[in-house]
Design a protein around this ligand. Structure first.
Ligand code: 2HA
Ligand code: ZN
Length: 269
């Protein structure tokens, strides 16, 4: 079967990057069964061939109106599809959707009528927010990192920026490459509009947010950048856990050392 990627090498490269990250999520143990989802805003790289495609699905309601997404295109992981399968066959385990002119529904246009992720309301709300705030970010990832999710089962870690400061203090890398820290979103039903709303609110302050007892969402310029931030936070969580399992509380970098990093790397927070 012919793919729309064949005549669009730029889009093909972006989808290949999604597949590469999907493989990492599986290898990390963060993507059991159909766990997690990835979407990328591909509107900038859509060609006339794709723009003229007839829909291959019915119009589907998103459940909310997202005015900044009118006519936008997204590659979305498919609902109930496995990351480990998407890593090898991205166009069989995901699809390209177009947002309709009413801003509250979408149709699938290529390659196959694979219905998009169950977390579509959250993902599209994030993209709508990013466009509205003038951001150049194009990628959104949701995944289930074992260590970070485990930490949300401790109520003390759910207070604002407690985890941010703890994770930053484990290794300079995390302070430097996840410079806005980790936002916390109280538990809400997966796929719900309530979860989507809460996620968007936290994006005003953070690039990575934690859905309590569920998983993280990260946004970035591209899918690799979004993955790297989650990976860096997870590294810190593992350092913390390893120290604890050796029987001691890790000291963490001092406030003075953290401030020194902030100045040296010109960090935003
Ligand atoms: O797509 O991770 O939150 C499966 C999920 C839902
Ligand atoms: Zn999930």
């Amino acid at each position: 079967m012919k793919s729309v990627l064949e005549n669009n090498p730029v889009l093909a490269k972006q989808v290949a990057e999604v597949a590469e990250v999907a493989g990492y999520l599986w290898q990390k143990g963060w993507a059991e069964r159909n766990g997690g989802n990835i979407t990328i805003n591909i509107t900038d790289v859509i060609d006339d061939e794709i723009r003229s495609l007839k829909p291959i699905s019915d119009k589907v309601q998103i459940g909310i109106c997202l005015p900044n997404l009118k006519g936008c295109y997204f590659y979305c992981k498919g609902t109930n599809k496995r990351m480990r399968d998407l890593a090898r066959w991205p166009m069989e385990n995901g699809s390209i959707i177009r947002i309709c002119s009413d801003c509250s529904s979408y149709e699938i246009v290529a390659d196959q009528p694979v219905p998009p992720t169950s977390e579509l309301p959250s993902h599209l709300s994030m993209h709508n927010y990013l466009i509205g705030s003038g951001s150049s970010y194009k990628a959104a990832i949701h995944t289930h990192p074992i260590d970070l999710v485990a930490m949300t089962h401790n109520p003390a870690f759910l207070k604002k920026d407690v985890l941010t400061n703890l994770l930053w203090s484990m290794i300079p890398e995390t302070r430097a490459f996840c410079p806005k820290g980790l936002g916390i979103i109280p538990y809400a039903l997966p796929s719900s509009l309530e979860l989507a709303d809460a996620t968007v609110k936290e994006l005003a302050e953070y690039d990575v947010v934690m859905w309590e007892k569920h998983g993280v969402c990260a946004v970035g310029e591209n899918v690799m950048e979004a993955f790297d931030m989650v990976d860096t936070l997870s590294k810190s969580a593992q350092i913390y856990m390893t120290a604890k399992s050796m029987g001691f509380e890790p000291t963490g970098m001092s406030a003075v050392k953290m401030e020194e990093l902030k100045v040296a790397f010109n960090l935003p927070k």
